[in-house]
Design a protein around this ligand. Sequence first.
Ligand SMILES: [Zn+2]
Length: 375
Amino acid sequence: MTNPLAVLQSPARYVQGRGATDHLGQELAQVGITGPVLILSSAAPLRILSRTWSETLGKANIEFSVETFSGECSPDEIDRVTAAGKAANVTAIIGVGGGKVLDTSRAVADALGVAAVNCPTVASSDAPCSALSVLYQDDDEFLEYRFYKSNPQLVLVDSSVIARAPTRLLVSGIGDALATWWEADTVRRSASENQLHGQPTKTGTALAHLCYQLLKENATAAVAASNLNVVTPALENIIEANTLLSGLGFESGGLAAAHSVHNGLTTQSKTRDFLHGEKVSFGLVTQFVLEDRSTQDFDEILSLATAVGLPVTLAQVGLKKPTAGQIHHIAERTVAPGETIHHEPFKVSATDVADSIWAADAIGREWLMSRENSH
Ligand SMILES: [Zn+2]
């Protein structure tokens, strides 16, 4: 049965800016974390940030230990870090790195029943603020959403660290964020459940809309800043859109077809070299076909996506000459029971999805061709 109550959930505190890591100690104290804490970090941020951690946590009198991430968010890795956290009697787990590190650190915090703190070093997806992890099988095929009891206690985003990350990751985050408003809008229109199994609040839906506004106004300038590894107001706006607004927007606003098409695409090994937000971008074009959106809507997202280099065709997500069988397989996975595509305001079959994928691909190719010719 659908929950009639409207629900909104968020991290307890969100902090963003140049050099934010310098403030980690006082920010932990601000949310009542006194330590000891365990930092789970991937290797690169460990090299860049470990001296800053010693200074800021030292000043706040917070004891800490560090574990280097093994590279995979696997049950073994979760068990290993959980054991380390238990031995050190920690009161919080601080994940520092990309999506997999943060997912692992939140799973560990959940297992230990302690506070989760996320310090994303890339703005590549909307996961850091949410209370759920996306689990993949070892071969990168989508497995399931794992839900936690609460959102992180603190999300701290150091913009100077994000500016130094590869631009492709920021662009992928823009792809994930680009779908947020359109999926939330669908959930609102169909009165479906958000990702918290409640009705979306006006607030959740409005945050998704603000996310889209910021993308329209800042995406290309932010990509230029990222290419130069510099922090500008446009980059700050896109970090906020990709991380905070898309995070709150998808969770409290809800998901629809675009993310299900993404999940369908992950069944194909050829899409594995492509990032989450890149596949979501093509998923959004497919959602637009399904929803029979206006030419104006199509033009708006196609121009935004292609301006920053996001995929709008099958070939751009690794499927150069897909067979009808492959597309059908993707479509079947897209409409699996429990998928968010069933939040669309009409019934969707695998045949509907397969046809929409072919049509989306043709629209995307035509768009790219018309751009080329106009240059
Ligand atoms: Zn996503």
